[in-house]
Design a protein around this ligand. Structure first.
Ligand code: HAM
Length: 432
């Protein structure tokens, strides 16, 4: 019979990677906590209309990438392709947007039907941050500083670059779009076919094109920063000054337009050379009009999301060995004979109570002692405890250090916890 395989673009993260992921997520979450952000847990399914209205009808996200289906009631549902819309929906629904700044973060899987490649998956993980309730550049700065501190904590500030832009208001963007389309129409024959299609559908996306011929045309294209309304221009200038004040390096990239229509004013991406063509590890910006679009009060907001799969790729490029961590146990217990298993389980239980910070694993199943010892070694444990008839008769258990230079010894059962701890400490010292 044919074996089942995972769905294309949806990865299994195996135990060798998950420990690393937990650590990475822990580091990010620590910084979020330090900046006063609180976790919000959101559903994975939302009504399709939420994403259509927020991301925009003309976007690739809505037109090509959503996992949408009718539920049993016939209502159109979508697996969330991103977290901002759901987070703002929840904040409005539960009154978190009134007269205060809500600092929220969330994590989990997002789903987009894109062509899978390195760093691009159909199910991927984000940690997203949304700060709702302030319109000033101070809040943009706070978010950029927060992301910078995250890179600092992870030791990757040298591997990422901040690119920022301003998209202005809907009105100034429309004016810019007009000028861009006029210019591109003059060079239509030089554009790639997809960009030509976008000319009428979503011309701003042409700025993202990676096709060299189109890029050459874009060299002399008008830039959005020249079309900003006064307020957006001042906001952007103030943000640049604030970033300089904190010594956070950045470059202005007037081609950043983002794939979602809800942005106003600030838009940014953290990009890295360590990622291949999908080079944004984190992206976000301001979306002052979104709450109103979703039927909420007119509250300004800004946020970003880190692509955790891409962050893992960057960290892995730094430390391949540390990334794939396979140890499973600190102490591995084996019974020499099935009949001794109940006593073995009792010893394991005693150790778990006595040393809750250590990983205690019992060998289960019926294997030969040689195979069992191999598994003990592979578990990464520092110490194996062997219980046989002879040991039991002597009221003891054999302790065999698996790491470091210690001889096997017999440990009296009434001194079990004390002696195992002593050996773990010693082996730990030698290893360090
Ligand atoms: P986004 O740029 O669509 O923005 O996604 C943010 C990040 O998620 C990207 O920079 C990338 O690292 C990661 N990402 C996106 N698509 C994929 C994929 N197919 N596979 C792997 N990683 C991916 C948003 O989602 C906005 N909600 C961000 C935001 C929050 N803006 C304001 N607040």
């Amino acid at each position: 019979m044919a074996k089942f395989r995972g769905i294309r673009g949806m990865r299994d993260l195996l135990p060798a990677e998950t420990r690393f992921w937990r650590e990475m997520e822990g580091q990010v979450q620590q910084q979020l906590h330090n900046f006063g952000y609180q976790e919000i847990r959101l559903p994975i399914l939302e009504s399709t209309e939420l994403f259509v209205r927020s991301a925009g009808v003309a976007t690739d996200l809505v037109n090509k990438e959503m996992y949408t289906f009718a539920d049993r009631n016939g209502d159109s549902m979508t697996l969330r392709p991103e977290g901002t819309a759901g987070c703002l929906r929840a904040a409005i629904e539960h009154g978190l947007v009134a007269n205060r700044i809500s600092r929220l973060w969330y994590t989990g899987s997002m789903f987009r039907y894109e062509r899978p490649q390195k760093g691009r998956y159909r199910q991927f993980s984000q940690i997203g941050v949304e700060a709702i309730g302030d319109s000033g550049p101070d809040l943009d700065l706070e978010l950029l500083e927060l992301s910078w501190r995250i890179w600092q904590a992870l030791g990757i500030t040298d591997l990422v670059t901040l690119e920022i832009n301003s998209l202005g208001t809907a009105a100034s963007r429309q004016e810019y779009c007009g000028a861009l389309v006029d210019y591109l129409n003059q060079h239509k024959s030089e554009l790639d076919p997809i960009s030509r299609q976008r000319l009428s559908l979503n011309p701003l996306r042409i700025l993202d094109s990676k096709v060299p011929a189109t890029q050459a045309v874009l060299e002399d294209a008008p830039i959005i920063l020249d079309f900003l309304d006064e307020d957006s221009g001042n906001h952007f200038a103030a943000l640049c000054r604030l970033l300089e004040g904190l010594d956070i390096p950045f470059v202005v990239n007037p081609r950043i337009v983002r794939g979602l229509d809800y942005y106003t004013k600030t838009a940014f991406e953290w990009v890295s050379d360590h990622l291949g063509s999908q080079n944004a590890v984190c992206a976000g910006g301001r979306y002052d009009a979104l709450s109103g679009l979703l039927g909420g009060p007119a509250v300004p907001a800004a946020g970003f999301a880190i692509g955790m799969d891409r962050l893992a790729l960057i960290l892995r490029s730094l430390n391949e060995e540390g990334y794939l961590e396979t140890t499973q146990a600190d102490v591995y217990l084996l019974a020499l004979g099935e009949a001794l298993r109940p006593q073995l389980l009792q010893l394991a239980a005693r150790l778990r109570v006595a040393m809750p910070d250590k990983r205690i694993v019992c060998h289960l199943g019926q294997s030969k002692i040689k195979t069992a010892m191999k598994q003990a070694d592979r578990s990464g444990a520092m110490v194996a405890l062997l219980l046989g008839e002879d040991e039991l008769a002597a009221g003891a258990v054999a302790l065999k250090p698996l790491r470091g230079q210690f001889a096997q010894r017999l440990v009296p059962l009434d001194k079990l916890e004390e002696q195992v701890r002593a050996v773990l400490d010693q082996v730990g010292l030698v290893i360090d």
